[in-house]
Write a new protein. Structure first.
Length: 301
């Protein structure tokens, strides 16, 4: 009989170790934790992205086309385009949700991409060179962060005419300081490691150290945080569209659909709850995915 030793690593979690007759311990592999929420989040994000990409090829009418009688309640007995009902003028809510996903995902993803690119560049410079450069970049980031995001976006959209490009630039500007501070903190920690000091002693240039030594270690932490920022930017875009300062109609957006349904909330609550549920599930899925990526890939400093 082979004896088994259980080692407790934390409350409620044990690692079984089997000791063979040869005297060599055999460590049993740890079971990977299965999270239903994480799987649901990745499936939902994939579904939304695929629907947004292949929206023109789906059997649904255009987002501005009359598909049925106005304010028709959701029903699965209707054609696919009318499963979620129609709005006040008879346009398919299914169609407007799918085409609206294009606006939310493109604006959120592109703004986050601009923010992470500029923020990482500034954060690497500030965290590595320190001194006056660090002081100036940190000061600018703190000034931008001192403004509430929604107030800053309202000011930008009030100065310029609301459009996708104005939203994109405004959301990108609001996300740059966050990535700058996060990259700066990680860069300062990695810059003090022995392998960076060794590269300096061997005569490596600052640009080579930043690109070859520090950047690969900073990217996982930033990439794990990226879905959380995209979720926040989608909420910000929805908030502006709800206030009438987002994408101008008839181009659909989830926030604009919630605003349109709010006027008839008592009579046709589905016109508000359907886009609100899609927005909630998308943001929730992005948050879950970001937390999962953080736990798996964030190396920490």
């Amino acid at each position: 009989m082979i004896p088994t030793i259980s080692i407790t690593t934390r409350p409620g979690r044990k690692i079984g170790r089997t000791v063979a007759h040869s005297g060599k311990p055999v460590i049993a592999p740890l079971r990977k934790q299965f999270s239903v929420l994480v799987w649901f989040s990745y499936i939902w994000i994939t579904l939304i992205v695929l629907l947004a990409i292949f929206a023109p090829a789906l059997p649904i009418p255009s987002y501005d086309e009359i598909a049925g009688p106005g304010r028709q309640a959701p029903s699965l007995s209707e054609p696919f385009a009318l499963w979620l009902g129609t709005d006040a003028v008879g346009r398919s809510l299914m169609s407007r949700l799918i085409f609206g996903a294009q606006i939310s995902l493109v604006v959120g993803t592109c703004a986050a991409a601009i923010g992470v690119t500029v923020g990482m560049f500034l954060g690497l410079i500030a965290g590595y060179f320190r001194g006056g450069v660090d002081w100036v970049i940190t000061l600018i980031a703190d000034v931008v962060l001192s403004f509430p995001v929604l107030v800053l976006l309202l000011a930008i959209t009030a100065i310029f005419s609301p459009s996708i490009w104005v939203l994109l630039v405004g959301l990108a500007v609001s996300s740059i300081p966050t990535f700058t501070r996060l990259t700066r903190a990680n860069t300062m920690a990695w810059a003090s490691r022995d392998f960076v000091r060794a590269a300096k002693n061997m005569g490596a240039s600052s640009s080579r150290i930043l690109v070859r030594e520090i950047l690969p270690n900073v990217v996982p932490s930033i990439a794990a945080y990226l879905p959380l920022v995209i979720a926040a930017l989608i909420v910000a875009e929805g908030s502006l569209s709800f206030l009438g300062l987002g994408v101008p109609p008839p181009t659909p957006s989830w926030g604009g659909m919630i605003n349109a349904g709010a006027a008839v909330l008592r009579a046709q609550p589905y016109m508000t709850f359907v886009p609100a549920a899609v927005l909630f599930l998308t943001v929730f899925a992005l948050n879950q995915a970001g937390e999962h990526l953080r736990q798996r890939f964030d190396r920490g400093a």
